[in-house]
Structures are given as structure tokens and as C-alpha cells.
Write a protein that binds this ligand. Structure first.
Ligand SMILES: *Cc1c(COP(=O)(O)O)cnc(C)c1O
Length: 405
């Protein structure tokens, strides 16, 4: 075994994001919902994958809409040059209604307070806001309660009459779409169709009705309506093992997270490893130091459980995940500083997947990818779409250091 570091071939750690795979996933999802438009959900920095490049790639692959949670996320996309239909839904009093309307963003309204703030913000400007009314069909989170729907519809009609708003959509969100056959799915669909019918009877004429997230897009054609909102599936991750594996769903994970070993050393048996000394080497062995930790978004719950591919074999995190680093025990195998440790990827090089990390740490794959922090540079592959020739990024793969959303 050599102690001499190899020439650095990559930074300390990197999240390689395959935009060609994202485009293929978007096309696969569009084929699943052929009569609906598709909204690419890129909230939370595109679940950690990078909102701007992911939104751009999704639009190249035919996403007519892009969606975010907060207005700030939507405004940041516009500032980065995104054009086309864009919607955001998580509004808090004091948020930038007028800026959003000026930026041609569809805003979501879940209650009278929001409609009042919105109309006050644009009164006298000559602007007309595109508003999508959200009905709570059973999730119990945001959205207008069915009992308050009549009042919200009436106030929206009045605001339309005053030229302040145009109701472009009526929408809702599922609680259990990732559990096919769950009785709440039928119940939510019934409340939703009733709410749409009532609003139409009162004179609203929404362009789009939508309720389907990734699992409903994949399993529930009757929920597609005019638009499906896909997040996790676009990133190649199954909404839940129950819905199927990515491969079975025709999807491919687009993020590969890897790091370069920072140290490789022989230690005797009985050597403790990492804070708390919760792991002790069973005999003389080789320890490799992986220079990523919970500050990079690696779950501390992966202590003693997280899988990592090093030297062609799955290893398990030895001892605790620290803020910046963790250790794996290579047993009798050798490695050198600079060798690659793959935490997760699509799985076809034998590496673990985000789903494997979710299982090992008691969470869902959504969280595994979304929590990868801005300290890990994103490296984009496939920015040019060969199908359209659209080249909206640099010719060469870029390393983006500033990945904050
Ligand atoms: C996050 C989110 C989605 C996307 O959900 P996925 O399960 O990732 O497809 C759709 N709609 C709303 C309102 C969301 O908050």
C-alpha cells in the first residue's frame, strides 16, 4: 500500500447530477400522463440537485410548468432566466405578492387572508394576478377547508370582476398517493371534483385542475386531470418501495454522491474509531477516512449503518458520522488516499442508492438527496439536449460551487 496521494482527480466530494437522465425521466413521466401537462417541481433546490439546471433540463424535455414551494424560490428562477409557466404555493403573510405577479408567476391562494394581501399588493398597479385556488381535500395541511370554499370562491369571483385576478387553476395535494389503494385517495378525489364543479358553477373557469404528485402520476391515471406535478420521480427516485423500484418505473436516479479518501492507514486490532469509540477494530485492519459528514448532509443516523462502495465492495460506516468525516473499515483490502468512495448513485456500478441510505437511516429517499448541503459541489453532466440541440449551458461540464437555492 502506498502512502503517496494520487494526483487529485476530483474535489474532496461531489454530487454528479446527470441532466440527460433527468430529461429521460421527464419524458417517461409525460408518457405516463399523456393527456396532462407536466409541472417540474424544483423546490428545495430541486431536492438538492440544483434548481436552475434542473428546471432548464425539465423544460427542454417538455415540462410546460415549473413549481416551487416558496415565492423566493420562484423569483430566484426568474432572476436566473427561467421563462414559461411557473407556480409557487407556500405563502406566508408579508411575502412578495406584487413581485411575484410582476414576474409572471402563478400564485396559490389557500384562504381569504392571502387573497386580501394579494389584491391589496397589486391594487392600482393595473396588474392582474394569476391565482390558483387550493382546496384541502383531506391532507390537513395548506388549502381551503371545504366549508370555507364557498366564501373563497365568491371573493375570487369578485376580485376577477374588479380585474385584479384571474383564477387559472384549482388544485389540491394527496396524503397517501404512495400507498396505492388507500381509501383516502378516492375520498380526496371526490372532494376535489366537487370543489371544481362548485367553482365552475359559480363562474370560475380554471385553465388547469391538478392534484397528482409523483406517486399519483405513476399509479393513478384518474388523478392526472390537466396537469401532474412531479418532483421525486423526475430525480429518478421511487416515491416509495411499494410503488416500485426506479427500474420498474422506467426511471433512473440522477445524482451520484462520492468523495475522495482523505487517509488510508493500518491500525492494530482493538482500535476505537470516531467519537464515542462506538466501533472497535476486530483485528489488524485498514481504515479509510471519507471526508464528508453531517455538515455535508450525510445523516448522523448513518453511524454504524450507512453503506459506501470503496474498492468495488460495500462497506459500512464504522462508528459515528462526524460533522466533516466518517471512517470505513476496509478489512484486509488496500486502498490509497484519493480513491473514490461512492455513497449513492443509480446503482449500476454496484454502489448503494439513496433508497439504500434511506433504509439504513430510517428515513425516505426524498430526504437523503434533499439534505445534501451546499458544501458539496454539484457537477452537471449532459447540459446540452441532443434531441433539441438546445444548449443553454456551457459546452463543458461545469462545477458549481454555489449551489444554495
Ligand atoms: C413537493 C410537492 C410535489 C411533488 O411531490 P413528489 O412526491 O416529489 O412528486 C407536488 N405538489 C406539491 C404541492 C408539493 O409540495
Amino acid at each position: 500500500m502506498s502512502d503517496t496521494p494520487k494526483a487529485p482527480k476530483a474535489p474532496r466530494a461531489r454530487a454528479v447530477v446527470d441532466l440527460a437522465a433527468l430529461r429521460a425521466n421527464v419524458r417517461a413521466l409525460r408518457a405516463r400522463a399523456p393527456r396532462a401537462q407536466l409541472m417540474a417541481v424544483v423546490k428545495a433546490n430541486a431536492y438538492g440537485h440544483g434548481a436552475v439546471p434542473c428546471a432548464r433540463a425539465a423544460r427542454q424535455a417538455g415540462a410546460r410548468w415549473v413549481g416551487t414551494a416558496t415565492p423566493h424560490e420562484a423569483l430566484a428562477l426568474r432572476a436566473a432566466g427561467d421563462t414559461g409557466r411557473l407556480m409557487c404555493w407556500l405563502w406566508t403573510p408579508g411575502d412578495p405578492w406584487r413581485e411575484a405577479v410582476e414576474a409572471d408567476i402563478d400564485v396559490s391562494v389557500s384562504g381569504l387572508w392571502a387573497l386580501e394581501e394579494l389584491t391589496a399588493a397589486i391594487a392600482g398597479t393595473g396588474l392582474t394576478a394569476r391565482v390558483q385556488l387550493k382546496i384541502d381535500t383531506g391532507l390537513g395541511r395548506n388549502g381551503c377547508q371545504p366549508g370555507d370554499w364557498e366564501a373563497l370562491v365568491a371573493a375570487s369571483r369578485a376580485a376577477e370582476g374588479a380585474g385584479l385576478v384571474k383564477v387559472t387553476g384549482i388544485w389540491s395535494h394527496f396524503a397517501c398517493a404512495d400507498e396505492p389503494g388507500h381509501p383516502s385517495i378516492e375520498a380526496q378525489l371526490r372532494v376535489f371534483t366537487d370543489a371544481v364543479a362548485y367553482a365552475r358553477a359559480q363562474g370560475l373557469d380554471p385553465e388547469v385542475r391538478h392534484i397528482a404528485n409523483s406517486p399519483a402520476t405513476l399509479t393513478l391515471p384518474e388523478a392526472h386531470f390537466d396537469l401532474v406535478r412531479t418532483g421525486v420521480a423526475m430525480y429518478g427516485i421511487s416515491p416509495s418501495p411499494e410503488v416500485g423500484s426506479p427500474e420498474e418505473l422506467g426511471l433512473r436516479p440522477i445524482m451520484t454522491l462520492s468523495a475522495s479518501l482523505a487517509s488510508v492507514k493500518r491500525v492494530p486490532g482493538g482500535h476505537g474509531v470516531s467519537y464515542g469509540l462506538t466501533y472497535t477494530t476486530p483485528g489488524e485492519t485498514t481504515l479509510a477516512l471519507v471526508p464528508v459528514g453531517y455538515a455535508d448532509g450525510i445523516p448522523r443516523a448513518g453511524s454504524g449503518t450507512g453503506p459506501v462502495l470503496v474498492g468495488g465492495k460495500w462497506r459500512t460506516v464504522a462508528g459515528r458520522v462526524a460533522m466533516d468525516q466518517f471512517v470505513v473499515d476496509l478489512g484486509g483490502d488496500s486502498a490509497a488516499p484519493g480513491d473514490e468512495a461512492v455513497l449513492f448513485g443509480p446503482g449500476d456500478r454496484g454502489e448503494p442508492t439513496a433508497e439504500d441510505w434511506a433504509r439504513a437511516t430510517g428515513t425516505i429517499a426524498y430526504e437523503v438527496v434533499t439534505r445534501i448541503s451546499a458544501r458539496v459541489p454539484r457537477v452537471y453532466l449532459g447540459e446540452t439536449d441532443p434531441d433539441t440541440g438546445t444548449d443553454t449551458g456551457p459546452d463543458t461540464d461545469v462545477i458549481a460551487d454555489d449551489t444554495g437555492a
